[in-house]
Unconditional design. Structure first.
Length: 829
């Protein structure tokens, strides 16, 4: 039954008039479902000034700049060795920022309830409307809302909102946090009788192929001064089709909340899985006298899962290995200002590699990330904290712990618990207090709160395993006695113990504690610079052995070999980690540190490095070679990836690696002459040839039963000659938000990538749009990500173009001294 029209209602839209925002009613079809909430992102004024600490002194004379949020002011700054944020924080400054905005509200809304919703402000935000103080929120990662109706002027009179964001006390993070209103802002307008904030909880307690029971817990809020009789109808839709509906009459007291439980069934449910992430929508309608006065949409999925002691994760009865990655929240050159397309691109790149899991290390993510994980099929570990009461950096959230942790955790649970992609809660990462009783008390408290709000998912915490860390590069020694040291693991507070690193622990654990489930919450911490190779690749290097290591001999500096041969001493190479995870069914999977490089924590080097080397994908979004190892293991896609490049000194012996699958063997040819046939033996994940360099063409052919499966070639490149531009999407939406990610390749005269080219590239854009980010993925670059020029790393660079609200042609040109320029057209429509 096509029923979509039923839940369309006239709602709110934003109209811009003379620079002032007005909310008013409309019935635009595209606003079905979302019209309770409208974007409040545009036309903010911003001022960065540490010296103004009081809102009453920000005065009219202060210089303001107009911008659209989400906004991260730190990313606009200069990398600074002396930045109080430290290298850990990406050597970018925090500071104190002020945002303000003027707006009007329709007179008709004066009988309604209006709230302002912030999805996240980093950090210590304080908000005023028309001079009235609404409150403070120290935690930068959690969403919050304030009801503003009592303080609003309606009709022609202006309203002013002021937001103070204080990220001046540094350091307060072990990674780059960004600063400002870095997530979306919304205005929500409802009837006085309405579904409360995060007021629905949808669960599917019993799922079979024939039938799923679906339960709704709905909190209705009555802000009228009189009690109300109403009907609450919850209807389930699969796309446009009405699937089931359940109705209940209620009487709710004046200024009261009431939670009701409803239950229904879905026949032959379409189950959510990583391959087919099928979603349903529950629409909660509140009616009074047969008139719908409030509607609230909740996306959910129907799936059945359990973590089995011997078989790992069973999703809808099928064993699924979690092929997960940890991700920090920055979006590379865009900083931490969220953009849905930028998150989607990251997830697309990871999905292509075979990733099916995301750990939101180490904080609640932007809501858009969770929506995308629901839609794209990722198994999410939603993590709350990187520290509890005991701080890891001087001014971090540990200082706010006592006052805020309960509320922050509850809000995360209420906000996130309907997402089908979330399969477990993590209440913390490597909490220092894990080694003493104070940690046990807090773990029990947090686990208790979590179970109170959601009993459908297991609780874990990412903990340090029982090993002696030996930073001299000697193998980690497993320490049996230390099993007792980790008090939280031993306390029974968690449903699943989370081990970070030390895969040496897994087999010991399974043998000695076969009844205590555990999961690899964090693994690997291997290191690579994209496109850079140290010969030879035979030995495993554990870095940082010393933090003062600087430039390697004859190389551009602070580089790490992209053969999978370098790891942090507490971690392991990609191959070593995957081999063990792959081997045992009882290991439900892993979350690799990390999917993408991130700003800050520049291990294994410090300054001048400012971003990480941990990513399987670099900061610009370009895969490093090991990406293809995973692709060959984790996807059905046929892979043959040959590396390194083929520009070396004559006679030098070069290790040539190939990752491949769906074939029995690979033969390598140098200038037409066979160098040998190789095939992976036993557990091997790649093949290798040692080849004396000779300029020309290196060609690999993979074969199955004697038949060619794939061929690939690498050629010696001549001098850099041309620029080539390739857009990930050449048509984007003209919505002022959408992005086209354009890759710049530096090629020789024959079209071969110049693998060491590091030319500075200048960009210009014609048309209605702007360049919003440039990046090469080089952790040592101190050029601004926000400029219009950038130096390439090993033949590649990225430029990001954003649309305006006007449609038309965007013409991007890239130029570099001595190279043939390139132009590409992107259409915004
Ligand atoms: C882990 C930690 C991560 C990151 C990583 C680097 O111990 O949980 O946040 O610091 O080390 O290897």
């Amino acid at each position: 039954m096509k029923n979509k029209g039923k839940y369309l209602r006239s709602g709110l839209s934003l109209v811009m008039l003379a620079g002032i925002i007005i909310f008013n009613s409309c019935s635009k079809k595209e606003e079905a479902f979302s019209n309770r909430k409208v974007s409040f992102n545009s036309d903010w004024s911003f001022h960065l000034n540490d010296s103004i600490a009081d809102k009453d002194t920000i005065g009219a004379s202060t210089k303001w700049r107009t911008l659209t949020v989400p906004h991260d002011w730190s990313i606009e700054g200069k990398f600074d060795e002396k930045s109080p944020a430290g290298y850990g924080g990406g050597a970018l400054n925090g500071g104190l920022g002020w945002y303000k905005k003027t707006f009007k509200v329709n007179a008709a809304d004066s009988s309604k309830v209006t709230s302002i919703i912030f999805d996240g402000v980093y950090r210590n935000s304080e908000v005023w409307v028309n001079g009235h103080y609404l409150g403070k929120r120290p935690n930068g990662y959690i969403g919050f809302q304030y009801q503003i109706s009592p303080y609003l002027n309606y009709g022609d009179k202006n309203n002013e909102i002021i937001v103070k964001v204080d990220n001046s006390k540094q350091p307060n993070s072990r990674w780059y946090s960004g600063s400002g209103i870095f997530r979306n802002v919304w205005i929500e307008t409802t009837d006085k009788l309405h579904v409360a904030q995060w007021g629905t909880y949808v669960t599917t307690p019993k799922v079979t192929v024939q039938k799923a029971s679906v339960q709704f817990e709905t909190t209705v809020q009555n802000q009228n001064a009189a009690s109300k009789k109403a009907t609450v109808t919850t209807t389930i839709y699969k796309e446009d089709t009405k699937v089931a509906s359940v109705t209940q009459d209620i009487t709710i007291g004046a200024n009261a909340n009431q939670t009701i439980k409803q239950q229904t069934e879905v026949e032959t449910p379409v189950l959510w899985s990583v391959e087919k992430p099928e979603l349903y929508t529950a629409v909660t309608a509140i009616s009074v006298d047969n008139q719908i006065i409030d509607e609230y949409k909740t996306n959910f999925g129907i799936r059945d899962f359990k973590f089995d002691l011997n078989k790992g994760l069973l999703l809808n009865g099928k064993q699924v290995k979690i092929k997960g990655v940890c991700m920090h929240h920055d979006l590379g050159p865009l900083g931490t200002a969220i953009n849905t397309r930028a998150i989607e691109r990251q997830l697309e790149i990871l999905k292509e590699m075979g990733v099916n899991g995301i750990r939101t290390s180490h904080n609640p993510p932007a809501p858009e990330l969770l929506d995308l994980c629901d839609k794209m099929g990722f198994i999410v570990m939603d993590e709350a904290f990187d520290m509890w009461k005991q701080s890891k950096t001087k001014y971090d959230y540990g200082n706010d712990w006592d006052k805020w942790h309960k509320k922050d955790l509850i809000d995360q649970l209420l906000r996130d618990r309907n997402h089908p992609s979330i399969f477990m809660w993590s209440i913390g990462n490597e909490i220092p207090q894990q080694w003493d009783e104070s940690g046990v008390i807090i773990a029990k408290e947090l686990a208790g709160i979590t179970r109170q709000y959601d009993k459908t998912r297991p609780i874990t915490a990412a903990m340090n395993p029982p090993v002696n860390m030996n930073l001299d590069g000697i193998d980690l020694q497993f320490d049996k006695a230390a099993v007792q040291y980790n008090k939280i693991a031993a306390s029974g507070a968690l449903d699943i113990i989370g081990y970070n690193y030390a895969h040496q622990t897994y087999e010991y654990h399974q043998k000695n504690f076969p009844k205590t489930p555990f999961i690899a919450t964090e693994t690997t911490s291997a290191l690579e610079t994209r496109g850079y190779y140290d010969e030879s690749s035979d030995s495993i290097k554990k870095w940082p052995v010393r933090w003062d290591l600087k430039f390697t001999d004859g190389n551009p500096g602070n580089t790490v070999s992209a053969y999978d041969q370098v790891q942090a001493p507490w971690g392991s190479t990609h191959e070593a980690t995957w081999k063990i995870i792959k081997k045992h069914d009882y290991l439900s999977g892993m979350y690799i540190w990390t999917g993408f490089d991130y700003i800050g924590e520049p291990t294994p080097y410090e300054w001048p490095s400012i971003s990480s080397y941990f990513g399987i994908v670099d900061l610009a979004g370009f895969p490093k070679d090991v990406y293809y190892m995973y692709q060959s293991e984790w996807t059905n896609k046929t892979v043959l990836h040959l590396f390194p490049h083929w520009n070396w000194k004559a006679g030098q012996t070069v290790d040539v690696w190939a990752y491949y699958n769906n074939a029995d063997e690979v033969e390598l040819f140098l200038n037409g002459k066979s160098v040998g046939v190789r095939s992976k033996k036993g557990e091997e994940l790649h093949v290798i040839w040692k080849v004396p360099f000779q300029a020309g063409t290196l060609k690999a052919v993979s074969r199955k039963n004697g038949k060619t499966v794939l061929e690939t070639e690498i050629k010696t490149a001549g001098n850099p000659s041309n620029l080539k531009l390739t857009a990930d999407r050449s048509t984007i939406k003209a919505d002022g938000n959408d992005l086209s990610f354009v890759t710049v390749d530096i090629l020789d005269a024959n079209g071969t990538l110049a693998p060491k080219a590091n030319n500075e590239i200048n960009f210009s854009l014609k048309g209605n749009g702007k360049i919003v980010g440039v990046c090469s993925g080089d952790p040592v670059s101190h050029e601004s990500y926000k400029g219009s020029k950038h130096t390439a790393l090993n033949g590649k660079c990225l430029v990001i173009v954003q649309s305006d609200t006007k449609s038309g042609r965007l013409e991007l040109t890239a130029k570099a001294n001595g190279l043939k320029p390139a132009t590409i057209v992107i259409t915004a429509e």
